[in-house]
Structure formats: C-alpha cells, structure tokens
Design a protein around this ligand. Sequence first.
Ligand SMILES: [Zn+2]
Length: 285
Amino acid sequence: MTELPDRRLLLVHAHPDDESINNGATMARYAAEGAHVTLVTCTLGERGEVIPPELGHLSGAALGGHRLGELREAMRALGVTDFRLLGGAGRYCDSGMMGLPDNDDPGCFWQADVDQAAGLLAEVILEIRPQVLVTYDDDGGYGHPDHIQAHRVAMRAVELAAERGWDVPKVYWNRVPRSVAEESFARLDDDLPGLPFEKAAVVGDVPGVVADEQVTTEIDGTAHAAAKAAAMRAHATQITVAEPYFVLSNELAQPLLTTEYYELARGERPEERESDLFAGIGEAP
Ligand SMILES: [Zn+2]
C-alpha cells in the first residue's frame, strides 16, 4: 500500500462545481503544498440548469457524463488527482431544487438512506484517514436537498469511521463572514457597469454567510486565484467567469472569493481565527 502524505484533507460536496466555488483556492493551495486532497462528490448534478445554449440539449445521464468531464478538467486545474463519486458514478443522482417532484425520484440523493450512504463515505475516510473534513452546515449552506444530504451523510460518516478506528480530528463547514460578503458586494455594485453581466446577486444569495465571530478559519488562496478561476471555468455548463466575478444559471453576478472561510464544527474551537485547516494537528501518524 502506498504511503499517503502526512497531511490529508477530504472534501464532501453535492455536485460537480460546488468544490471549485467553495474551496477551489483551498484545494489548490494544499495540493501545491503536498497535502493529499481527496474530493468526494455525491451526485453528477444531472438536474443542473445548463448555461451555454449550444449545450442546452444535455439533460439527465448525458448531462451527468458531461459534468464528470468538467469535474476532471477542474481537478486538473487545481492539481487534485484523487476525486471520486460517492458509491461510484451514477450511484446517487441529483435531487433537483427543494420542493420539486424530482425530490421523490427513488434514485436521487435526497431519497438515499443516510446510514447506507454514510457507510460508503466511511470507507473512504478509513482508507484516507484525513485529519480534516470539509462540508456544508446543516442547511447545506442554502437549502438545496443534495447539499443538506451531503452534510448529513458526511457528519454520520465521521461517526461511523470513529467507531471503526479513525476519528477525524477536525470537521469544517463552508462559511462566508458577513463583513466580507458585504464589502465584496459593494465593490461588485461599483464594478457592474464594466462587467459582461446585467445584474448583481445580493448577500442573501450567497450560501453560508454568517456573523464574523462564527468564522474560525480563513485560508488565503490569493496565490491560487488563477487556478480557482480556471477550475470554475471548467464547469462551463454551470458557471460563467469574469474575474473577479462569476454568474450561475440565474445570471446574477457574484464575487469570486479567493480567500475562503470556514467554521470548525468538530475539534477544539480556536481562540483566534486560524489561517491553516491543519492548525494544531502536528505530524500525525
Ligand atoms: Zn450544488
């Protein structure tokens, strides 16, 4: 069995593109520093809305296959070689937006048995033995069923893996401090007339915005801004980038943040804001 590097980071996401938007700079930074970075994506985003008209014919499994290719390209941009689909590609499909009949599809991730899906993720945890796991808060950041389910499955998998021999020391949720969101949207409003986008989103559209005090950790990924933008651009069916801004299919401009923020949800809460997800871990066995 090949030895993994001392520092190991596992990220659990709902759809291809979530990892690049939320954690692209963090992933690029740790990969460049020699940490082992593993991404587990729970669905292929088969129900995502497609932006480019020339790809508008893609839906369902065909869109999923296309998005897997986008994910591959994004991971190349970030320097991440270990990325997997939970249970293998196609095991769980996208559940669509909350409240749609899609949520009742028996194959969708929202309908997955949490313990069963968590068991699959626990296998990855036991294989990689990450010191750090990153996922969403219990609302999935913004209430999308697959994001909520990714949270539940990740948190349950941490418990299952702990019972079986690897207790993940630190679990983080993706966050954005309110002051950062407000300042970057103020800048966006000033810049909007020069951008290829018509309208701006508002702070309330951004997942995971919380009071500044709630944020425990800040990862400066400025040096990896180009890699993050390239990774987001790779998800062309979902994102249009005009640095330092981007739009999703709703066409509302948002800031592209290259410093990424987290709240420590498991582990000893630091007194001051950390600048390293592995702070306090040391040289783990
Ligand atoms: Zn998503």
